[in-house]
Design a protein around this ligand. Structure first.
Ligand SMILES: Cc1cc2nc3c(=O)[nH]c(=O)nc-3n(C[C@H](O)[C@H](O)[C@H](O)COP(=O)(O)O)c2cc1C
Length: 299
């Protein structure tokens, strides 16, 4: 998408675009016309982040953009006061009800529902409005099995490393050293491998749908941009009667395994920053679990 300018036949010079644009790319320009100064969009340095706030705020829909994105504008009455869409009590109940789901019904997720979840992810905020998420959706059970097998290979490899942890511990520091030498790490890996060999899926929990998110390596905010998109997806899924779980194990395995990245189609300049499983929950929670007290400093 690219902003082209202001349709002066529609523009009423209210200057809302000037006030709203975060990059300050709109300005008033004096004319000799009777109508007075006109509003111009001036983006000499290509600084527009395409946030669309000008489009969203213009009372006359006078902002022109190229139609590269085949998208309808979303105009609905409630957008004028979003606080009326969901009241805080319902929202808090909805947020507190979200759980990571690890037991799923043996039931496929319809494509339309997956598309709605992706649409919710599309509307997540991103630094500088980059929106540079790529999503790979995997629903073929054989492919999910292959994916799981590849991830398990990294756990077999890690088990070997753990056998020699007394040597390796001299080469790692801080959190990694603690993780390597903690006896619960070995127990966890042994249990995981044992379950796998018994045919129990403790990576994807037999979920019928997996979404893998990748984005460019820009060395800063990719984790944030991924996290917020995945969260949007989780909440959308919940409102569709679906359960989700973020699978960090898969994400880390993808980062380490070039073959897996190639299989998924993640290019070298991109990184996986989120893996979400989706399915119909085979479990009903009866209450929200307790959470840590908030640690807040009012400065
Ligand atoms: C970044 C991230 C990675 C996670 N990775 C895994 C995972 O690999 N396997 C898993 O079963 N749960 C995973 N989880 C789920 C967390 O364990 C879960 O969110 C946490 O225990 C709180 O439970 P709740 O989501 O039901 O509130 C992950 C969550 C996040 C945010």
């Amino acid at each position: 998408m690219k902003i082209i300018g202001v349709d002066l036949n529609k523009c009423i010079r209210c200057e809302e675009c000037i006030k709203e644009c975060p990059s300050k790319l709109y300005r008033k320009e004096e004319t000799n016309d009777q109508e007075g100064p006109k509003i111009v969009f001036d983006d000499e340095f290509n600084a527009c982040i395409l946030c669309g706030h000008c489009i969203a705020i213009c009372p006359r829909n006078a902002i022109m953009w190229d139609k590269e994105i085949d998208d309808n504008l979303w105009e609905f009455e409630e957008i004028k006061d979003p606080s009326k869409i969901i009241d805080i009590n319902n929202l808090m109940k909805f947020i507190r009800s979200r759980r990571s789901i690890r037991r799923f019904q043996n039931k496929k997720v319809p494509k339309e529902k997956i598309e709605l979840i992706l649409e919710a992810m599309r509307y997540a905020p991103s630094a500088s409005n980059l929106q540079d998420w790529n999503y790979t959706v995997i629903t073929d059970p054989d492919k999910i099995k292959y994916f799981q097998k590849q991830i398990m290979k990294s756990f077999y490899f890690f088990r070997t490393i753990l056998k020699f942890k007394n040597i390796f511990r001299f080469f790692v520091f801080g959190y990694k050293k603690k993780f390597l030498t903690d006896p619960k790490t070995k127990k966890f890996v042994d249990d995981l491998i044992r379950s796998y060999e018994m045919g129990i899926d403790r990576i994807f929990y037999n979920a019928p749908c997996i979404i893998v998110l990748d984005l460019p390596k820009y060395g800063g905010m990719e984790g944030n941009n991924a996290g917020i998109a995945i969260t949007h997806g989780m909440l959308a899924a919940q409102s569709l009667g679906l359960g989700t779980c973020w699978i960090g194990f898969a994400q880390e395995a993808i980062k380490r395994d070039a073959k897996l990245r190639q299989w998924i189609g993640i290019k070298n300049n991109r990184v996986c920053q989120g893996v979400l499983i989706i399915g119909y929950p085979a479990i009903r929670f009866l209450r929200a679990p307790p959470r840590e007290k908030l640690k807040i400093k009012w400065l």
